[in-house]
Write a protein that binds this ligand. Structure first.
Ligand SMILES: [Zn+2]
Length: 266
């Protein structure tokens, strides 16, 4: 009996250490960050950036069944202007613009009636990405302009993730400014629509005032970083909005904690 008691105590302790279930749920907008949907190539050392189709379906179903409103950035910006941000909402984002976003994610988003934001690297549209270190991840085919246009027609949003996915903190201010503003101009020309939202590659620059202050003058309305949390109402940083990384090795309980607490683990 005593042993059982100690054992259950240890299990509870173990669970608390791994998961954040004991934290109070937080109100605000959870911006989910995905990269690739599908199974990682066998040599991938970045396999957590791949979320399987099965898990992605489970997550979309979770949002639907729990009536969590999935809003667009256009909605969110309007809500921020009017100070009418709902207590609970989610935004789905994809970084980089991989072709699997079209082949795997797009049909599922349509099926569940959700819109998502795709952050594109303007110089790599229609070709393979060049920034992967081949020792850790093979290069991937990126979305073509034709695919992007089809997605745009069904209400998907597109933002800028720079010209070529460099770390903005490692560039001169002049080059960083050009990565930020020229990608906006190129995407607007290609898409025929304003590109209002920016995502910093690697989150670099979102927490560096010299880089961050380049984003608004380039004409963007909002920008996202990679700090893990829910954007709490009235405490948003418009040019470094927080996001929640959805990792390939996480289960639905992790997802629930991420959506409600902003973090699943300690
Ligand atoms: Zn990226």
């Amino acid at each position: 009996m005593k042993i059982l008691f100690i054992l259950s105590g240890l299990i509870a302790l173990g669970l608390s250490a791994r998961w954040n279930w004991w934290r109070w749920p937080k109100k605000g907008v959870a911006i989910l960050m995905y990269h690739k949907i599908g199974l990682p190539p066998p040599n991938s050392q970045l396999s957590n950036l791949w979320v399987s189709q099965k898990k992605f379906v489970g997550q979309l179903r979770y949002l639907k069944e729990h009536n969590i409103p999935v809003i667009t950035f256009a909605d969110y910006y309007q809500m921020l202007q009017e100070k009418k941000v709902p207590e609970k909402a989610a935004i789905i984002t994809f970084d980089d613009g991989y072709q699997d976003n079209y082949t795997e994610a797009f049909p599922l988003l349509k099926k569940y009636g959700f819109k998502a934001m795709f952050f594109l690297v303007s110089d790599t549209i229609g070709i393979i990405n060049k920034w992967h270190n081949l020792a850790t991840e093979s290069q991937q085919q990126m979305l073509s302009l034709e695919q992007i246009k089809e997605m745009q027609e069904s209400g998907m949003e597109f933002g800028s993730h720079t010209l070529s996915h460099l770390n903005l903190q490692e560039l001169s201010i002049k080059n960083a400014a050009s990565q930020i503003s020229k990608s906006k101009i190129a995407l607007e020309k290609a898409l025929g629509k304003p590109v209002d939202i920016f995502a910093y590659p690697y989150g670099a620059g979102a927490y560096n005032p010299a880089v961050k202050q380049l984003v608004r003058p380039a004409g963007y309305k909002l920008a996202v970083g990679i700090k893990q949390a829910i954007n709490r109402i009235g405490r948003e940083d418009y040019f470094a909005l927080k996001r929640i990384t959805v990792r390939g090795d996480e289960n639905l309980f992790d997802f629930y904690l991420q959506i409600t607490r902003g973090k699943n683990r300690l």
